[in-house]
Design a protein around this ligand. Structure first.
Ligand code: ADP
Ligand code: MG
Length: 694
């Protein structure tokens, strides 16, 4: 019986009546191929069509659904040639005007006497009006599916309409005998008060009331989160079991001397992170930890502590960073800090002379070098370590999974610490980094001067330039950033380049300007950054490519033009480039006065706080999880229905349930978990993770 149903679910959607080859192609565009895909094609919203609101009761600003008859229609062209189609819709209580711009074909659909449902935002212009509302015809046939109920509204593609999708989904429900095998065991479901899957799928499409819809949503979101968390918990279990890592010595003379040589007192958060890392390193299980902390929060010293532990235990440590200039910066500061401890630090970047490179390679192979700092040059094939005990990866999102793995393979199950300066909210951390342990540094070291942030209108740019001139006159340096827009990077690049030319010629003829952007070769970029660091440039004109993590204490001003074009985390990262020295520093956001609400919110958030974690939470709120990271970054899972922000509690529930289930039944061999196991295997197949259940 079960098998049969599963076969039904995997059947092509063409088995459903009304789905011919042409419609099938259209459905494919929506990602629908099988019967199961149809069942899992969820509505994007619902309309309460049990009772329609009388037109006379409509209020401006509301989104509403009305039903009526077309009583007049008119198509004309504005003076500029825009087609305007307008109808009057009448019900027993009154008349609504509906207007479509640039859609002359609408006049083909809406004829006088036609009964129609409209959905849109109500405006009051003498009489109630909707601009470009969604519409749907009413006919006598199969109307119980479309009106007189809470009606699902689906995401569409051209040539498929709501009525077609609604009845096709309904037929798919009937076709699958309304029985869908439930991956969750009965007791489990009962305990968590989750609907049976069959009901959940029925109610998500055709709920009898809104409580049922909510219950269906809860069940389906739980499933999605639960599977995700199961994968993460299996991964984590696998990592802790299969690799017998190194048991580092965490007490000893070397680390004591290191602590004493520190030029400052560690913050409480740094101490805590160190404690967690030391516990991992002491244990025989391989460490897999993420250290997250805002720019300037002092992650390097924590990493260095871990590296000294590794050296103390007779192992080597490697620190991999994304750029040469960063490698150089770390190399210099590490060498300084370790000078008195007789720990040998080497560097490896591709831009090195052959003999210098050779020296480092020999030192690493012989064990002469205890610590190496480098770029991806560290993963080149001819590099060998004597005994690599710890790898640290800075700005981990700049590296691919493979690069991390390759460095990892230079040792025998070395401990692994990855670092990020992109704070992410707890919910996201639970999903994106769900298989890592996390340490967080939440406060900046004492004595940092806060950065003053201002918002300035575009028409006051002249005064901003004057301010820049004054700061430079006092010996400071500044960044001047222009947006880089995805759709046409070349065009926007021109903007930065043009501004560089224009400002050099007209505005700042007496100052030394530099230019950096993403289309420069990385060596050229490094050259510019180096010149800036060495104070050979007063004002650096840039796009967002300004390298991460670079310390330029003398830079005190960050001007971001067209600030409304940047994301919140970008703005925050940019601001993090300044405020690293003893001078007061200023972040100036220049933007138009007319901007979107979201842009306004971002700028206000920047003015209100400097805390990266708070900003990250707000960013997530403003943008939603899908766009939080940009496409495909960080391996953010693709969720069909769940919303990581709004459904935080469900995510937490799913996580704790998944972890306790894996604890009880690590290979999911209990017969009760058979369906779950199969489902996961299906998922694993595409992710190459089958061995986790083997
Ligand atoms: P990030 O977390 O961005 O990598 P860094 O490790 O580069 O930050 O630290 C930023 C600066 O703060 C460095 O100059 C570092 O020496 C300094 N720093 C780190 N920890 C402390 C501390 N506890 N007290 C004072 N200064 C510190
Ligand atoms: Mg850093």
């Amino acid at each position: 019986m079960t098998l049969q149903t599963e076969q039904v679910l995997q059947q092509s959607a063409q088995y459903i009546k009304g789905v011919g080859p042409a419609k099938f192609k259209l459905l494919n565009r929506l990602g629908v191929y099988t019967v199961a895909d149809l069942l899992y094609y969820f509505p994007r919203r619902y309309e309460d069509r049990r009772n329609f609101l009388p037109i006379a009761h409509l209020r401006a600003g509301d989104y509403a659904t009305v039903k009526g008859e077309v009583s007049s229609r008119n198509l004309w062209h504005s003076r500029r040639g825009m087609a305007i189609f307008q109808i009057l819709l009448r019900d027993q209580s009154g008349v609504l005007k509906a207007v479509w711009f640039n859609q002359p074909f609408m006049s083909k659909y809406l004829k006088i006497g036609q009964k129609v449902i409209l959905y849109g935002k109500v405006e009051l212009v003498k009489r109630p009006q909707m601009n470009t509302p969604e519409f749907e015809f009413i006919s006598g046939k199969d109307s119980s599916l479309h009106v007189g109920r809470i009606t699902p509204i689906y995401p569409l593609t051209a040539h498929l309409n709501q009525r077609y999708l609604r009845s096709t989904v309904n037929k798919a429900l009937e076709h699958s005998h309304s029985y869908i095998p439930d991956v969750l065991p009965y007791n489990f479901r009962q305990r968590l008060k989750l609907l049976p899957l069959t009901l959940a799928i029925r109610y998500i499409h055709f709920p009898a009331d809104f409580e049922k819809k909510d219950a269906a949503y809860r069940r389906l979101v739980f499933d999605e989160f639960f599977l995700l968390q199961l994968i993460l918990s299996l991964k984590k279990l696998h990592q802790s079991q299969t690799k017998s890592g190194i048991s580092h010595q965490t007490e000893g003379g070397l680390i004591e001397r290191f602590k004493q040589s520190l030029p400052f007192k560690l913050t409480a958060h740094q101490e805590q992170a160190i404690k967690e890392i030391a516990a991992d390193m002491r244990s025989p299980r391989a460490m897999n930890r993420l250290l997250q902390g805002d720019v300037g929060s002092g992650k390097t010293i924590v990493a260095l502590y871990a590296m000294v532990l590794s050296v103390q235990s007779g192992f080597q440590a490697a620190l991999m960073v994304p750029t040469e200039i960063l490698a150089e910066q770390h190399y210099l500061s590490l060498s300084k800090l370790l000078l008195s401890l007789e720990i040998n630090v080497g560097m490896l970047v591709s831009g090195m002379s052959r003999s210098a490179r050779e020296n480092t390679l020999i030192g690493l192979k012989s064990g002469e070098l205890n610590i190496v700092v480098g770029t991806h040059a560290l993963i080149e094939e001819d590099l060998e370590f004597k005994n690599l005990g710890l790898i640290v990866i800075d700005e981990q999102h700049k590296f691919g999974v493979l690069q991390r793995l390759l460095l990892h393979q230079k040792g025998k199950a070395p401990d692994c610490l990855v670092m990020t300066a992109t704070p992410i909210p707890r919910t996201l951390a639970m999903t994106v980094y769900g298989d890592l342990d996390i340490s967080t540094i939440k406060e900046l070291p004492q004595g940092r001067k806060p950065i003053s942030t201002f918002w300035v209108r575009e028409d006051a740019l002249a005064s901003v330039y004057n301010f820049l001139r004054e700061e430079v006159a006092q010996g400071r340096q500044a960044f001047l950033v222009y947006p880089l827009v995805k759709q046409s990077p070349i065009l926007e690049l021109k903007a930065a380049t043009q501004m560089y030319r224009r400002l050099s010629k007209e505005e700042f003829t007496d100052l030394r300007l530099g230019l950096i952007h993403g289309q420069l070769k990385s060596q050229e970029k490094e050259k510019v950054m180096r010149a800036f660091k060495e104070r050979k440039i007063d004002i650096l004109i840039a796009t967002t490519v300004i390298e991460v993590g670079i310390d330029i204490p003398n830079a005190s001003v960050m001007v971001i033009e067209q600030a409304e074009r940047f994301g919140l985390s970008q703005l925050h990262q940019l601001r993090g480039r300044i405020g690293r020295g003893v001078h007061p520093s200023y972040c100036i956001l220049v933007s138009q006065s007319s901007q979107t609400e979201a842009a306004q919110q971002r700028i206000e958030a920047m003015l209100n706080t400097q805390d990266g974690f708070q900003l990250a939470e707000q960013d997530l709120d403003i943008r939603g999880p899908g766009r939080f990271f940009g496409p495909a970054q960080h391996g953010l899972p693709e969720l069909k229905i769940g919303n990581i922000v709004q459904d935080l509690e469900l995510m937490e529930l799913a996580r704790s349930e998944a972890f306790s289930l894996v604890k009880q039944d690590p290979r999911l061999t209990d017969p009760q978990h058979l369906l779950l196991r199969n489902k996961l295997k299906e998922k694993f197949r595409s992710q190459n993770l089958g061995l986790l259940l083997a």
